[in-house]
Design a protein around this ligand. Structure first.
Ligand code: ATP
Ligand code: MG
Length: 458
């Protein structure tokens, strides 16, 4: 990126915080630490509690060899803004440099718990080598727990968090989005409300109808249409524990240990009920038993099935959410009642849903002549992820022009319309495979919704 052009832009709008952060970072990358510091300081003048700028300054101090000063500042920052993952992560790096593997591990885990995208395998490996393999029971995250404690009836126990970490589970203490951050998908939202949110709020009413919280919901559909996003939003919406299981975490075990691990995961979730247990890319675990030559895989599937069945109402209060874009790899046994008893097709968003989604993507961006309805109409067949790509492309165009003109240029309706032309809908390929399965392997009407969507069935 052209630093000079950005500086021109900055001169034209000296109060632009994102621009200041960007220029600061570029200076930092060139090791122009004083110039970088100047930018971050200016951000703090405008907004004294700007977390990212505070972390950046600590990083500069560390780069300049003043790591203890950096640590002192970070400790204070984490006390004030305990949910700032980047601050915890920097503490992990500095602790590692100082040879304190155990603290580094605790800081690292806290950062990743807060923000999964902070995960850094290389760093983790280095921490493990430095002796950070013992799980330090939340010394660092203590602050977080304290903060949570004033939430009435918060179901999260520190012990659960530690147990989850031992199982490599993603333990979401508080999610970043809620249902209103997911456009469309009203049917899915209703189903999830019916299965876990309402029953927890009105236990007596549901008991009167012999209904309990929990059950199994499987989402399937083309990529990028919000399945994973929906699960994250569920975590934000419910007043219950939420565990997210990446399947490689289960499968990467030595043969025979996977079943054990899966059992422990279910046990942990049951103990924390009401809880949501989310399996992403479910097909990886639930692959058709006939596809698996190794008996180990077959055992794992059988284990999964029996966990889903949960002897004697063990699964009460447990909502099991699954997501996949290859439902044809699922073993039919998963789809029997009592297991994943609700199977929901998540299609690409219709026009109204696209309008919702573009409004969500538009939040917080400088826009001019933005007409959500018009943009939604131009994006027939786009997935939620495609719509995001439209915004990314248009934003780049605005940024390029801003650098040319040296002033802040908003993202215009025109730029969005042009981007909508350049982005190609990505769901078509999925429908090509789905169509074959739907036409030739539509046991008990499993794919009826897909056929209706394709206009092949009424
Ligand atoms: N309904 C939606 N509302 C808002 N944003 C959406 C929606 N659907 C998709 N997106 C955007 O697209 C991104 C990708 O969506 P997500 O990861 O949930 O897709 P997915 O259905 O899980 O895809 P895959 O099958 O490939 O895992 C989201 O992070 C979000 O930015
Ligand atoms: Mg997904």
């Amino acid at each position: 990126m052209d630093l000079d052009a950005l500086k021109v832009a900055l001169a034209a709008s000296p109060q632009n915080i994102p621009l200041l952060m960007l220029v600061g970072k570029l200076h930092e990358d060139r090791f122009e630490l004083a110039d970088a510091r100047d930018c971050f300081d200016r951000v703090l003048v405008l907004q004294p509690d700007h977390g990212e700028a505070l972390v950046a300054i600590a990083r500069l101090l560390d780069l300049a060899g003043e790591s203890s000063e950096a640590m002192v500042r970070l400790e204070a920052l984490c006390a004030k803004q305990p949910r700032l993952a980047a601050a915890w992560m920097l503490r992990a790096r500095i602790a590692l440099d100082e040879g304190d593997g155990a603290s580094a591990r605790a800081f690292y885990d806290t950062a990743v718990d807060l923000d999964r995208s902070q995960a850094d395998d290389e760093l983790l490996q280095a921490i493990l080598k430095a002796g950070g393999n013992k799980k330090v029971a939340m010394t660092s995250a203590g602050t977080i727990r304290e903060e949570e404690d004033d939430d009435d009836g918060n179901p999260f126990e520190g012990m659960d968090a530690v147990a989850a970490r031992d199982l490599d589970l993603e333990f979401r203490v508080r999610a970043d989005i809620k249902f209103d951050g997911v456009g469309g998908m009203n049917k899915v939202k209703d189903d999830i409300r019916m299965k876990i949110i309402h029953p927890l709020k009105n236990p007596d009413l549901f008991a009167a109808y012999g209904k309990k919280a929990g059950g199994g919901v499987l989402l399937y559909g083309p990529p990028g249409c919000g399945k994973t996003l929906m699960a994250r939003a569920t975590a934000g919406e419910i007043d219950a524990a939420f565990f997210s299981v990446g399947l490689h975490q289960v499968l990467d075990m030595y043969i025979g240990e996977s079943e054990q691990k899966l059992h422990k995961i279910f046990e942990l979730a049951r103990k924390s009920a009401p809880a949501v247990l989310f399996f992403d890319e479910t097909d990886a675990l639930a692959a058709d038993r006939r596809d698996l030559r190794h008996s180990a895989g077959r055992n794992l599937i059988n284990q999964f099935l029996s966990e889903l069945d949960g002897a004697n109402s063990a699964n009460d209060g447990l909502l099991i959410l699954g997501a996949t874009n290859a439902p044809w790899h699922l073993d039919g046994a998963f789809l029997r009642p009592g297991r994943f008893d609700r199977i929901i097709f998540v299609p690409p968003p219709d026009t109204a849903a696209r309008e919702d989604i573009v409004k969500i993507h538009a939040k917080g961006k400088p826009l001019a002549d933005f007409d959500p309805a018009d943009l939604a109409k131009r994006c027939e067949g786009f997935s939620g992820a495609d719509l995001k790509a439209v915004f990314d492309l248009a934003t780049e165009a605005a940024l390029a022009e801003a650098m040319k003109k040296g002033s802040l240029i908003p993202v215009s309706g025109k730029m969005l319309a042009k981007a909508a032309k350049d982005v190609k809908p990505s769901t078509r390929k999925w429908f090509e495979s789905a169509k074959n399965h739907a036409l030739y392997a539509n046991q008990s009407g499993f794919y009826d919704d897909v056929l209706v969507y394709l206009g092949l069935k009424k």
